[in-house]
Design a protein around this ligand. Structure first.
Ligand code: FES
Length: 130
């Protein structure tokens, strides 16, 4: 098995159902303070692990992003495949996003500020393009 295949296997890249990107640990913190972003990131990691949503059989994949280019009302997050953007992602809001969106697939409308349905439409065809 080559190194890429090992990474695919160990990270469960072909298994997870949703991917959340969170703006935090920014080189230039604009949407929130560096401290607030890191607090949210630590919470997200901890909760996904506690709920057994992450790991070698992940349901949710998480990524830390230096800037999602929105730069206001953060921490900002985006969830795929729905292409749903969230503002104010504090620990409390992330808990709601985890319980409702990441687990049940229901968008948390109170904090969602944009949605790009093109990702959902294309998600079924993704594999055939590889
Ligand atoms: S600094 Fe968070 S979106 Fe740009």
């Amino acid at each position: 098995m080559d190194e890429l295949e090992e990474a695919v296997e160990s990270l469960g890249l072909e298994k997870f159902k949703r991917h959340i990107f969170l703006c935090c640990d920014q080189s230039e913190p604009l949407c929130c303070s560096k401290k607030a972003g890191l607090r949210s990131w630590d919470f997200l990691k901890k909760r996904l692990k506690e709920l057994k949503l992450a790991g070698s059989e992940p349901i949710v994949f998480r990524s830390k992003v230096n800037c999602l280019r929105v730069c206001v009302n953060g921490p900002i997050a985006v969830v795929y495949p729905e292409g749903t953007w969230y503002h104010s992602c504090t620990e409390e809001v992330l808990e709601e996003i985890i319980q409702e969106h990441l687990i049940k697939g229901r968008i948390v409308k109170q904090y969602a500020f944009a949605r790009n349905p093109n990702f959902e439409k294309d998600s079924g065809r993704g594999k055939s393009r590889l």
